[in-house]
Each structure stands twice: as structure tokens, then as C-alpha cells.
Design a protein around this ligand. Structure first.
Ligand code: ATP
Ligand code: MG
Length: 1077
């Protein structure tokens, strides 16, 4: 095969000549041609373009939909497509869980790639449900709180995340996020040219003035914690403001309530104010707070006592022999205490957000585990190397080492060991194994983290003693270099990606992550619900927050209950939690099929169109791309056992019962015609592209099978049809005969009847001795029940407590189950969100009616209308009925109708050519969204107002006039009659009362507060129809007059029924009764 021209090679593993220069040249030419993606077998290389290439549009997305990888250019969407195909078992594959691992330096494009993969996965399952829209919003939401600008990346992830998308039958079922090691120290200190987390700048730019006042916020340069990042505030205020609005929308869409959002922002601002608390020392070195104003603000925001807050930051109280002793902190200790409080506040808030997201995105119905599939996406913080590197960089780089190890292990080690075990003809490919580096960090009993933990136990330990211990223990390890001078508290580690010099400063405190005594108790008794609940939550062994307080199933010694002291001793350090997280992550990754994406950063300056050959070469070198290309070219990426292979592909030999033997495998392989495979002792060895080739063979066979089936079914169908036709003909003949017999008999009967009548006439009256009439009519059949009786039973019965299930509320946390201490954290497992089967299913009209009456009353309330009900509102009417209503109306006329199949509405409006319909869903926080659109609205009225000025994504027009009911509805009844009964009015009144009198926090108030009810509220006018009050429906809890009862319709019904009854009677008389004289 001829070599494609340079830059046209889409898969580097197909190159015959392979060296570093060839790889580099190919990538460079492709990069300048805007081909940023290149395959190395089944691995994708992505070079960051640092600009929008316009290659992620819907059209491209459609191309990579169950596509053949080789037929389209390399693309990130192809990786999503391939993961999806493998997950659902497309093309004869066995369905398997997938795990996409994205690696690369900070700023190489991992997070962007993650978002693109999720976007494409949502497209692939043709999802446009609320859940998928929510999943798409999770990344921007978490980025606001967990990303920051660093020297290496303007949107650098300061935490690691693993997103698990759960599927059932190819549809998204739910999602779960695991977060790792948020860099909390960034809050209290940022390096020069760096910023703190985005959320602070978004809030500063976006919070309306009134809210800023509530939070006592002033100019950004007044906050010490923003000292290094004030540029971030002034830099691009407009864009930060936009981001703030997007964040609010994302919070709404994911399902955070207004109260929760308010509490979140309260906590974020409290951190800012906390940073402004300063300390002085008196002549006894005891710290005190000279200016209490910021303390008061923080205390108010956090719902704690300001004296308590000041006390916990400046002193420690101990009890010795029954006496209370107060020891004051020094100024430095007080500052450390303040920063520790800020870090725990923000860290726990972040943990709570992730937990809440998991709760909101958890599957809502139970699917057997065996039918669930999963695609996981790992987006961690990239390898970092700054001028000054601390504990965080060490953890970040360790995570990258672990990922590289997993890659090596999967791609080289495991694979080559298997080749030799199976006796495959193979020439070994050497690779750089980073196992010694992992040992250096994680080794037991001697590893950097273990030594750090040991040293953290000594209160007197300092950075000098720590680094001295490191030097002593690891001085002889090849990958560790102590500093030249023993006084220098720095050391160097030769990572797989390059050497990094770390400063030992702050390692001990960051690893201990201890809180000043008393802080935890103070925050646990806060009168701010969110603060209280997140400090009552427990920390799991991986450092995440758990609110359910479930005990881990990990075995503890029988009958052994750890003492509080022992538990405290066991308190996990940050390093320990991180170690556990890496272990859990590895377990997850090994239990799924990994797919690797290697992101490359083309230059140090985040610039588009610049390909720094040396920098890229360095990245190719340390990631072992040359060796990877070789192993992908020569190796066998797919290695099924004989049994699996035969089971999957026996159809190629058309033998349903074929034993899983070596010979049978060879027979199948020969039948496919593919080249280059090998067969070992227990497994078949296939190249990565063989799977697609076999899939082609299966597809051809599948098509042939369909053709055969079509012919056979056609033949069988025709034969059966002919038989049925004959049977039908015979039956018709018999029926005709029967009818003719009946005809004959009826003629006979009529003639006999006439004879009898004639005879009767001839008999004289005196013979009977009684009046003329012979037939006495019985009482008339009863009139059918009034059809609205059902309605009365809905309206009149009061709800039991179980009926009053709030079907919109997510499962709440078991507050009481959580413990007030961090002490047993390694025993607590992650929260699990199990779907609660609901008895109140949407899809039943009764459920929809109840949902509407209990939760929607204020949505359609319009005091300007005579009957209080918005003009655009319609009941449970069908699509066709709405089309009839809108047919003759001008463009832009709209109505909103209640859905019967789900708890939601449909917006129908007249567009230029036709009537269009859009589903409106209600989110768990009771806000509204048009399915497929990303804008969330507080109320239906807001939604309508918004669409009067803004366009829908696929309609070039605006809503104009509401379509009312008057003169449109022929029957003379309101189509919302069944929804608007006494319960509706009762709920409406209650809700308005609550809104008027309830304690309203400013943030909680809807932006458009409902107008107060009119004076004559006690007797709300009924919808303007000819309704009358029904006496038998007066079992009304609120003593409210009943909703309209269509007297006219009732009369008509009665008339119809009695009319029909007389017609029936007449017919009866015609046949059976002798005509009266
Ligand atoms: N495919 C892409 N198209 C256009 N720009 C991109 C693309 N990928 C990345 N970028 C640009 O590069 C920047 C950095 O990317 P990203 O945040 O994904 O890096 P990262 O690898 O996640 O870094 P970190 O490890 O610091 O989190 C993005 O903000 C964006 O400007
Ligand atoms: Mg990132």
C-alpha cells in the first residue's frame, strides 16, 4: 500500500517507517491543516488548537453516529461514538462498560474534551430529556466552583473528577460524579498572575446591587483573599457577568432551589469576609481582633455567634482538673485558624454541591444491575510544574503518574506478558515503566505519603524535619534528588513527565488539614440550614461528603467498637484520602474497558497556530507515544478467549452450536478473510482494526439474512393469506345461507303475526271484558349518573398524609442519621441515591389533576382576569384540539395546555405554516424549562414573557397574543373545568396567603411577586360560562363555592339520554307492541 502524503495519515499506527521525527512531522502538518485529531490505533491524540475550529456542530455530530471509525476523519466525537457502540454492544460486540481516560498537561484540553464527549454521548442516545440537559450543565456548574486561572491555563481544573454516565437500553438513566482533592489552599493564597476560583469573580460581576448589599459586599480590591486576583474582577466584567447568569441558569436547570442557591452564595461570600479578619498581638503574644466588623458580618452570614467565632480563631479552651483554661493563639496561629475555617467552609460547600448534583441526577427508576451499562470519563488536573511547587502539585503529579502507570500497564505490560504466556510470535517493545515513581510516593512502609503521615503526627515537626526525613529515607532512590544544602527545604522528583522541584513548606499543615478546636461544633449549631447540614455530614475515606451516614461494609473486627480516641487517631490525612481515592479510581478503571485520549499542548503561551516542536516532542517522549504507536501497529489490542470468540462469531459459520475450541476459532477467522491475526493457547489475538473488519462481515451476513427472511416470510405470509381467504370464503357462504334461512323464517313469522292480528280483530271486545290497552309500561330506565360525579369525589375528599406525597421533591437527606464528628470518617461510605418507586405516576389523568391542583395553582393565576385564570391557560386538551383552536389565529398566538402523560405542560402556538408544540417540563426545584432549550424560568408567566422578546432555538418568531377559550370551544364548557375545582381555589388561596405572610428572605422572593388577592377574594368569580352550583358537591373543606357546573351541558345530556330512550322505546313498540288505536 502506498504511503499517504505527509499530513494525510489519520492513523499513525499504519505507518511503515516509524520514528520520533516522522510522528512529529505528521502531527505538525496536520495541526497547521486544522486536523487536530490523529489516531494511534485505538488511541486518540488531540492537539489543543486554542481557537474555535467550528468542528463540533450538529452536522459533524450526526456524521459520527454509529459510524465506522475508518470511514471518517479522526475526531473526539468518534471516540464518544466508539465508546457508545461498545457500551450498547453494536456490531456483534458484547455490551461492556467503558471508561474514557483523558490525560495531558495542564491546559492541554482535557476538560474541553470531556465536555465534547458528553455532548456527543447525549446526541447519540437521541436524548433531549431534562436529564440530559441537566448533565450537560453539570460541567459549567462545577467549573465555576472548582476551576481557576493559573499560569498554565485560564480555566484550570483545581480538582479531579470522574463522571459516570449510567445507561439502560442505550438511554441515559442517571449520572454520578466523584471529585478528587479540591485545591482549597488557592482560596487563601494565589501565586502571582493566578486567581482564586471563578465563582468569586462571577459573583462580584453578576450579583445585583441589592444582593451585594445583603451580603455586605463592596469593591473587589477590598478583599484580601482576592488580593492576587483582583485583575480577574476588572479584566472582563461583561464576560464574568454573563458567566454568572449562565451559572444561575445551570443551577436552576440541575435543580438547585432558590433557597439553596441563596445559601450557597452566602457561604461563598462569608469566605471573602473571613479573609478580611485581621489579628494583632498584645505584649503577651496573645492575639486579638482589632476590628470586629468583618467578624460580625461572617457570623451573620453563617448564622453563628460573633463572639464564638472570634473566640475559636484567637484562643483554645481546655479543661484541666475541672478548671477551664484559655490559651490565646499567637497572631500567626490565629491567621492559620482563620484560613483553616475558610478552607473547610469552601471545601465542604464544594463537596455538598457534588453530592447534591449526584442526588439530582441519580436514576429515578430501578433497573436491574445486569441491564445497566456505564461510560465513565476521567478528567483530572494535568501535570504541573511551576516555579514554586507545593503539596498540591505533588498530589496532582502523583495522580498523573498513576494514570500513566495504568496506561503503561494496560498498553504494554499486561499485553506483552500475555503474548509470552500464550506463546505468540512477538518481539518485545521496551517502554519506560514508572512503577518506581509510584512506589516512591505510595510505597509501604516507605513512601513519601507514609513518611508525611508519620511526621504529621508530631506537633513539633516542621518543614525542615520533614524534608530531612525525606532525604534520609529516599536519598538513594534514583528518582529522588535532595537539595544541595541540608538547610534547603526543597527536594526534586524525576517524574515521568519531567523533573519537578518541590518546596516542603506547608506540607504538614495541608496534610493534617486540622480545624481549630470548637469550630466544628460552632458550625454544626449554626442557624443557617445549609451550614448546619454540611458540617453534620461525614467525610468518607476518599474525602467526599456523605449525608446519609451509611456505615461502610468493610469488615471490622467482630464486636469491636472503636473508641473515640482510637478513631481520632485514625483520622485520615489529606494524603491518606487521596491515596484511597486513587485506589478506588484504579478499581473503577480496571473494571471497564479503557479508551485513551492523549491531549497535547502545542505551546506554553496558550496561543493558536503555534506548534512548538520541542515542547510537543517532550510530551510525546514522556507519554511514550512512539512505543505506543509501535505496539498498536504490531500488537494485538483485542484478545478474546476461544469461548468468547466462538460465541460471538459462530454465526459466521452458520453453526449455532459450536464448541469454543482453538480449531473452531481458526475456522471462523479463515472464513472472515481477515489477515494478521494469531491464535495463542487460550485466546485469539486480533489487531484493533480486526473488530471493525469482522463487524463488516457480520453486517453483510446480517443484510443477507434479512433478504432471506424477507423472501421466506413473504412466501409463508402469502400461503397463509391464501388459506385464510379460503376459510373466509367458506364462512361467508355459510353466513349467506343462514341469512337466507332467517329471511324465510321472518317472512313466515310476519305472515303468522298478521294472521293473529286479523284473528284478534275478529274477536268481539266483550270477549276480553277489559279496556283497550294490552301492554303496561314499566318504570323508565334510570337516567345515567351526572358525568362530573368523579370530579366531586376529587374535590370533596381531604388528602391523607400519604396522599400528600410531594412528587416533585427529591429524596431528602436523613439529617438525623449523620454524626457530628469527623472521627469515624474511614468507616463511612459514599451516599447512595436509590430511586423511590412512586405510586403517583404521571400518565394517569387523576395524578395529573392532583399534581396540578396541589402544586400549580399560582402558575395560572392572573388577577386581571375575571375568573383569575390566565387567558392562555387550557386544560388537558389534545394536540389536535389545540390545533383546532389556533388554526385560524394570527402567527404568534399561543396557549399552554396541561399534559396528561407527565407532570408538565405543552406550549402550542401558531407559526407561519403550522401549529408548533413544545413540551414544558417542571424541574425538581419547581421551575420551568422548554425541553431542549437551556433557559430556565421561574414561572409559566416568565416563560411566556421571555418568549415574547426572545426566540426559541428553532423558530424564528415571538409569542404575541394568548389564545383564550371564549367562542372557541363549541361545547360551551371550559376545557380546564376538571382542574379548577374547589381544591384549586383552596390551594391558590393558601399559597397566596403563605407568600404574603410567610417569612420571606429576599433571595427567595420570586422576581415577579404575585399581586395581593383582590378584596372580594372570599367569593372568587367563577369562569364565565353558564355554570350553576351543584348542591351535591358542597362537601367542600374550604367552604368555597364549587367550580362551574355546566347546567346547559347537563340538560343537553339529559335531553339526549331521554330522547334516545324514547326513540328506543318507539323502536321497541314498532316491533313488539301492537299499535294503539
Ligand atoms: N478542542 C478545543 N477547541 C478549542 N479550544 C480548545 C480545545 N481544547 C482546549 N481548548 C482551549 O484550551 C483551554 C484549556 O483547555 P482545558 O481547560 O480543557 O485544559 P485541561 O487539560 O483541562 O487543563 P487543566 O489540567 O489545567 O484543567 C480551553 O479553555 C480552551 O480555550
Ligand atoms: Mg481541566
Amino acid at each position: 500500500m502506498e504511503r499517504p502524503p505527509p499530513g494525510k495519515v489519520e492513523d499513525l499506527a499504519t505507518l511503515a517507517k516509524l520514528d520520533e521525527k516522522v510522528l512529529l512531522d505528521e502531527l505538525k502538518i496536520r495541526y497547521y491543516n486544522n486536523d487536530i485529531y490523529t489516531y494511534v490505533g485505538d488511541i486518540l491524540i488531540a492537539v489543543n488548537p486554542f481557537r474555535d475550529l467550528g468542528i463540533y456542530d450538529d452536522q459533524t455530530s450526526n456524521l459520527y453516529n454509529l459510524a465506522k471509525k475508518t470511514e471518517l476523519p479522526p475526531h473526539i466525537f468518534a471516540i464518544a461514538d466508539s465508546a457508545y457502540q461498545c457500551m450498547i454492544g453494536h456490531g456483534g460486540r458484547t455490551p461492556e462498560n467503558q471508561c474514557i481516560l483523558i490525560s495531558g498537561e495542564s491546559g492541554a484540553g482535557k476538560t474541553e474534551s470531556t465536555k465534547l464527549i458528553i455532548k456527543q454521548l447525549v446526541e447519540l442516545c437521541h436524548g433531549n430529556t431534562q436529564l440530559e440537559q441537566q448533565i450537560l450543565q453539570v460541567n459549567p456548574l462545577l467549573e465555576a466552583f472548582g476551576n481557576a486561572q493559573t499560569l498554565m491555563n485560564d480555566n484550570s481544573s483545581r480538582f479531579g473528577k470522574y463522571i459516570q454516565l449510567q445507561f439502560h437500553n442505550g438511554q441515559v438513566l442517571g449520572a454520578k460524579i466523584s471529585e478528587y482533592l479540591l485545591e482549597k489552599s488557592r482560596l487563601v493564597h494565589q501565586g502571582s498572575g493566578e486567581e482564586t476560583f471563578h465563582i468569586f469573580y462571577y459573583m462580584m460581576a453578576g450579583l445585583p446591587k441589592s444582593k451585594q448589599e445583603q451580603f455586605c459586599l463592596t469593591a473587589a480590591d477590598k478583599y484580601r483573599y482576592l488580593a492576587c486576583g483582583t485583575a480577574g474582577v476588572s479584566k472582563d466584567k461583561e464576560s464574568s457577568k454573563k458567566k454568572y447568569d449562565e451559572l444561575l441558569n445551570a443551577l436552576d436547570l440541575v435543580g438547585f432551589t432558590d433557597e439553596e442557591q441563596y445559601d450557597m452564595f452566602t457561604m461563598v461570600t462569608s469566605v471573602l469576609h473571613l479573609g478580611n479578619i485581621t489579628f494583632e498581638e498584645d505584649d503577651k503574644d496573645a492575639s486579638y481582633i482589632p476590628e470586629m466588623a468583618p467578624v460580625d458580618v461572617v457570623a451573620k452570614l453563617l448564622g453563628v455567634d460573633s463572639q464564638d467565632l472570634a473566640g475559636t480563631m484567637t484562643s483554645i479552651v481546655t479543661h484541666t482538673r475541672g478548671e477551664q483554661v484559655t490559651r490565646h493563639y499567637t497572631k500567626q496561629q490565629a491567621e492559620e485558624a482563620r484560613d483553616a475555617v475558610a478552607k473547610i467552609l469552601y471545601g465542604r460547600l464544594f463537596g455538598w454541591i457534588v453530592n447534591k448534583v449526584n442526588q439530582l441526577l441519580a436514576p429515578t427508576h430501578i433497573v436491574p444491575h445486569s441491564e445497566q451499562r456505564e461510560i465513565g470519563i476521567l478528567d483530572i488536573f494535568g501535570f504541573e510544574h511551576f516555579e514554586k511547587n507545593s503539596f498540591e502539585q505533588a498530589c496532582i503529579n502523583l495522580a498523573n503518574e498513576q494514570l500513566q502507570y495504568f496506561f503503561n500497564h494496560h498498553v504494554f505490560k499486561q499485553e506483552q506478558e500475555e503474548y509470552s504466556r500464550e506463546g505468540i510470535d512477538w518481539k518485545e517493545i521496551k517502554f519506560v515503566d514508572n512503577q518506581p515513581l509510584l512506589d516512591l510516593f505510595l510505597g509501604r512502609p516507605l513512601g513519601i505519603l507514609t513518611v508525611l503521615d508519620e511526621e504529621s503526627k508530631f506537633p513539633r515537626a516542621t518543614e525542615k524535619t520533614l524534608v530531612a526525613k525525606f532525604n534520609e529515607k529516599f536519598g538513594k532512590v534514583a528518582y529522588y534528588k535532595p537539595a544541595q544544602s541540608s538547610k534547603d527545604s526543597r527536594f526534586t522528583i524525576l517524574h515521568y513527565a519531567g523533573q519537578v522541584t518541590y518546596s516542603g513548606e506547608g506540607w504538614l499543615e495541608k496534610n493534617r488539614d486540622t480545624l481549630p478546636p470548637g469550630v466544628m461544633e460552632m458550625l454544626q449549631s449554626s442557624n443557617n440550614a445549609l451550614v448546619k447540614s454540611i458540617f453534620k455530614a461525614q467525610v468518607t475515606r476518599t474525602g467526599s461528603l456523605a449525608f446519609q451516614g451509611r456505615q461502610s461494609t468493610r469488615k471490622t473486627r467482630k464486636g469491636h467498637r472503636p473508641s473515640l480516641e482510637a478513631a481520632r487517631k485514625r483520622k485520615l490525612t489529606v494524603g491518606g484520602q487521596f491515596k484511597n481515592s486513587l485506589q478506588v479510581l484504579m478499581e473503577r478503571m480496571t473494571s471497564a474497558t479503557p479508551i485513551f485520549i492523549r491531549c497535547l499542548k502545542p505551546n506554553h503561551v496558550k496561543a493558536p497556530g503555534s506548534f512548538d516542536m520541542k515542547y510537543i516532542q517532550q510530551q510525546l517522549l514522556y507519554t511514550g507515544m512512539l512505543e505506543t504507536t509501535k505496539i498498536r501497529r504490531e500488537g494485538f489490542a483485542v484478545r478474546p478467549s476461544f469461548e468468547d470468540f466462538v460465541n460471538k462469531y459462530k454465526v459466521i459459520l452458520c453453526k449455532p452450536t459450536l464448541a469454543g475450541t482453538r480449531d473452531n476459532c481458526i475456522k471462523i477467522l479463515k472464513a472472515t478473510g481477515i489477515k494478521g491475526w494469531q491464535v495463542g493457547k487460550t485466546k485469539v489475538f486480533l489487531k484493533y482494526y480486526h473488530i471493525d473488519e469482522i463487524a463488516d462481515v457480520l453486517e453483510t451476513m446480517g443484510k443477507s439474512a434479512i433478504t432471506l427472511q424477507r423472501i421466506a416470510r413473504g412466501f409463508l405470509g402469502r400461503r397463509q393469506a391464501a388459506r385464510r381467504k379460503e376459510v373466509a370464503r367458506q364462512q361467508a357462504q355459510k353466513v349467506a345461507e343462514l341469512l337466507s334461512q332467517i329471511d324465510g323464517l321472518s317472512m313466515k313469522l310476519i305472515s303468522q303475526q298478521q294472521t293473529v292480528l286479523q284473528n284478534d280483530k275478529n274477536i268481539p271486545q266483550s270477549f276480553f271484558g277489559r279496556p283497550d290497552s294490552v301492554l303496561i309500561e314499566g318504570p323508565p330506565p334510570p337516567v345515567p349518573d351526572f358525568p362530573y360525579r368523579d370530579l366531586s369525589s376529587i374535590g370533596g375528599v381531604s388528602l391523607t398524609s400519604s396522599d400528600k406525597r410531594d412528587y416533585l421533591q427529591p429524596k431528602t437527606f436523613a439529617d438525623s442519621a449523620t454524626q457530628a464528628s469527623d472521627s469515624e470518617e474511614d468507616e463511612i461510605s459514599d451516599d447512595e441515591f436509590i430511586p423511590v418507586p412512586s405510586t403517583q405516576h404521571p400518565g394517569h389523568k387523576m395524578a395529573s389533576v392532583r399534581w396540578f391542583q396541589e402544586t400549580q395553582a399560582t402558575q395560572i393565576y392572573d388577577p386581571s382576569q375575571q375568573n383569575f385564570i390566565a387567558e392562555w391557560f387550557h386544560g388537558v386538551i389534545s394536540r389536535r384540539q389545540s390545533e383546532m383552536l389556533l388554526k385560524e389565529k394570527p402567527t404568534g398566538t399561543f396557549l399552554i395546555r396541561v399534559s396528561e402523560s407527565r407532570f408538565g405542560y405543552t406550549l402550542s402556538f401558531r407559526a407561519e405554516q403550522r401549529v408548533r408544540h413544545y413540551m414544558i417540563d417542571q424541574l425538581r426545584n419547581k421551575k420551568f424549562i422548554i425541553v431542549g432549550e437551556s433557559k430556565v424560568h421561574k414561572t409559566l408567566k416568565d416563560l411566556i414573557e421571555y418568549l415574547k422578546d426572545n426566540k426559541l432555538s428553532n423558530w424564528d418568531g415571538y409569542l404575541v397574543e394568548p389564545c383564550g377559550q371564549k367562542s372557541n370551544y363549541e361545547s360551551g364548557e371550559c376545557d380546564y373545568g376538571e382542574l379548577v375545582n374547589e381544591r384549586f381555589y383552596f390551594t391558590l388561596e393558601e399559597q397566596i396567603k403563605r407568600q404574603k405572610t410567610g417569612k420571606q428572605r429576599a433571595m427567595r422572593e420570586s422576581s415577579r411577586p404575585l399581586p395581593p388577592p383582590p378584596e372580594n377574594w372570599q367569593t372568587p368569580p367563577l369562569p364565565d360560562r353558564n355554570y350553576s352550583l351543584a348542591k351535591d358537591m358542597e362537601r367542600d373543606v374550604s367552604k368555597r363555592p364549587l367550580p362551574p357546573r355546566p347546567a346547559e351541558a347537563y340538560q343537553r345530556l339529559l335531553h339526549n339520554q331521554t330522547g334516545r330512550r324514547s326513540a328506543f322505546k318507539e323502536a321497541q313498540h314498532n316491533v313488539y307492541a301492537p299499535k294503539k288505536k
